[in-house]
Ligand binder design. Structure first.
Ligand code: IMP
Ligand code: MG
Length: 183
């Protein structure tokens, strides 16, 4: 049996601390609460699994208007650290978003391929509005020209892990965002 390589905290240098992330998340939550203060039905927050699960939980808890939380699961990476350019839908929303305000919540916009596909996919269902919140963005690589409406941090073009982001499905549980030491 091929043994999986195991990663731990010691493989990672901190890039964004838990404190920095929570401060920024609170700011974004405040801004979102203001921007959507007058909507007639609850804001639908769509967390993008798996990477977006931590940011979705924290952002939703920093918003003080009515929200509904749903999840979508896509995969664009198949194990490695480079995108395949192909987006596979693994789990779809369980409710109708027609006429509703929808906020997609992602961990990171890298090449923008995933977001571009999501915007097209969900746009076809005629939401009232469709915006993007992402904890991270690698502006250097944002080739699909995606505009992130609520951005946590712009980072350098390095492979990052933690706070939902994985390396071979590991290290998602780190409370901070870090850079792999050997990359
Ligand atoms: P994109 O389609 O190239 O924008 O890639 C988006 C997806 O790739 C994100 O939702 C992440 O799941 C994954 N991803 C991109 N960059 C990183 C990284 O530095 N670390 C871990 N996952 C990443
Ligand atoms: Mg992701």
């Amino acid at each position: 049996m091929l043994m999986e390589k195991q990663y731990t905290r010691s493989d990672v240098d901190v890039l964004l601390s838990a404190e920095q992330i929570s401060k920024r998340t609170a700011e974004l939550g405040g801004q979102i609460s203001l921007d959507y203060a007058d909507i007639e039905q609850p804001l639908i927050i769509v967390g993008i699994l798996k990477g977006g699960y931590v940011f979705t939980a924290d952002l939703a808890r920093s918003i003080d208007i009515s929200v509904e939380v749903d999840f979508l699961r896509v995969a664009s990476y198949h194990g490695g650290t480079e995108t395949t350019g192909e987006v596979t839908y693994i789990l779809d929303l369980d409710r109708d978003i027609e006429g509703r305000d929808v906020l997609l919540v992602e961990d990171i916009v890298d090449t923008g391929t995933t977001m571009k596909s999501l915007l097209r996919h969900l746009g076809l269902r005629n939401p009232k509005s469709l915006k993007i919140a992402s904890l991270l963005e690698k502006p250097e690589k944002n080739t699909a020209g995606i505009k992130v409406d609520y951005l946590g941090f712009a980072i350098e073009n390095k492979f990052v892990v933690g706070y939902g982001l994985d390396v071979d499905e590991q290290l998602r549980e780190l409370p901070f965002v870090g850079v792999m030491k050997n990359t």
